[in-house]
Design a binder for this molecule. Sequence first.
Ligand SMILES: [Zn+2]
Length: 192
Amino acid sequence: MGDTRAQLLDLSVDDANAEARMHEVRKWFRDNGWSAPDPQVYDYRHSQEVSDGPGPLLMGQLDPRRPYFVFTFIPGLDVYYLGDSTGGPKCRKCGEELDIDKVARMIQGWLDSGQEPDLTCPRCSWHAPWGRWELSTSLVVASFAVIIDRDWHVPIGQDWRTAVDPYELPRHFVEQLQADLGGHWVFMYFHD
Ligand SMILES: [Zn+2]
């Protein structure tokens, strides 16, 4: 138990368009007041990438004594996964979880070919591209990610003293990004 992150993945972007998408999405976070440029800020797990600190809208919702909140924007094809207890994708129809060893073996082929595999549920036969499965505790290939780091023990909200699920805001970002910018946004936890 150590690091925790929220991973916001846009599965609609390919490697060639990842850089352009990064600029578009970062502008969205800044324009909406969620993030702000800060050359001092970085995520040590992704120290080569561009990071923003909290923007004016977010600052008002953070504990002013500990306003730590880092957005890191990562273009380029990579594998994203939950971390120390990664599970298989879950069926959206019956909830069945696919065997992690089986799907993990398919990841390299996806990276090499750039072709997203289809998966079939062994229990109910639901059939869909990998990215359409429930992936919040699983793994996937993506060409663009926003990684959020903060002190997850500190609540967030209009009043920072009121306990709120700290992942509510990252999930809200996913919904808003989907509505405003389109694409195919997926939320995934990270625990190491
Ligand atoms: Zn199923």
